[in-house]
Design a protein around this ligand. Structure first.
Ligand SMILES: Nc1ncnc2c1ncn2[C@@H]1O[C@H](COP(=O)(O)OP(=O)(O)OP(=O)(O)O)[C@@H](O)[C@H]1O
Ligand SMILES: O=c1ccn([C@@H]2O[C@H](COP(=O)(O)O)[C@@H](O)[C@H]2O)c(=O)[nH]1
Length: 240
């Protein structure tokens, strides 16, 4: 274990699917996934129990499928399967880089990965294994952000870390509004009242009701994950 003291014992890290793309147009970039696993390893080696929810936007997005005429629920199941592919790739990279990872799926595909069973997930975390939650909530019409809030609450995480492409929550989407400014912290109620698009309202509401804070930070900023875990000033805190 390293000398630095973590501010949190157990965390839920939400990785967007797009964070695995690197500079590619879609899919999984090998160098990027290796770098992200290296950053996760740093916090695991500090003694932090790490659970991960991985998105699927780099492979498939259900809403996009719906918009071209596909049944929305079917498209959403395809989106959930995309998260299983990302989870398998992430787990494989972790095991190759010296971590022990377990992938658990919210939908039954037992020949491929074990099903999500809460006590088992808790046991893995206590054993120092990284648990990767695949297939979101297992239900269509939800997102992996909501899965992160749900699993975070279920496992008693102290903090949800939303690792994304931007370095925090802004007054407006910074990709669309260059004049947008970043919040250092913001309450769930304010984020929801202002309809800030960084996370969906269901995820915000669940975390607010469970008093589970969220840190939004950029996964592309080297060392940012470790700085969040150390409780340093990084990204935006969303709190109740
Ligand atoms: N107020 C805001 N502050 C910051 N980012 C915002 C805001 N409103 C919208 N966004 C956008 O939200 C996006 C967050 O998306 P994110 O990377 O989490 O993707 P996702 O849909 O959750 O994951 P996936 O890629 O797996 O589908 C950012 O890229 C940013 O452009
Ligand atoms: O609980 C869930 C989680 C996800 N989906 C579908 O998967 C895709 C990919 O997830 P992202 O959160 O966008 O990364 C999502 O667009 C949904 O179509 C789901 O149905 N239920």
């Amino acid at each position: 274990m390293s000398e630095a003291r973590a501010a949190h014992k157990r965390i839920l890290l939400k990785l967007s699917g797009e964070s695995l793309m690197g500079d590619d147009a879609f899919g999984i970039n090998r160098g990027t996934i290796v770098r992200i696993v290296g950053e996760v390893a740093e916090v695991v080696n500090m003694g932090v129990e790490v659970a991960i929810v991985i998105g699927g936007g780099n492979i498939f997005r259900g809403v996009a499928g719906g918009s071209v005429g596909m049944d929305r629920a079917t498209a959403d199941y395809m989106g959930m399967l995309a998260t299983v592919m990302n989870a398998l790739a992430l787990g494989d990279a972790m095991n190759k880089q010296g971590l022990t990872a377990r992938v658990m799926s919210a939908i039954g595909i037992e020949q491929v990965v074990e099903p999500y069973v809460r006590p088992k997930a808790l046991q893995y975390l206590e054993e120092g294994k990284v648990v990767i939650f695949a297939a979101g909530t297992g239900n269509p019409f939800f997102t992996t952000d909501t899965a992160a809030a749900l699993r975070g609450a279920e496992i008693g995480a102290e903090l949800v870390l939303k690792a994304t492409k931007v370095d925090g929550v802004y007054t407006a989407d910074p990709k669309l509004d260059p004049a947008a400014t970043r919040y250092n912290k913001i309450t769930f109620d304010d984020a929801m009242a202002q309809n800030l698009g960084i996370m969906d309202a269901t995820a915000f509401a669940l975390c607010r009701d469970q008093k589970l804070p969220i840190k939004v930070f950029s996964i592309f900023k080297h060392g940012a994950l470790k700085r969040v875990v150390l409780g340093e000033d990084e990204g935006t805190l969303v709190y109740a």
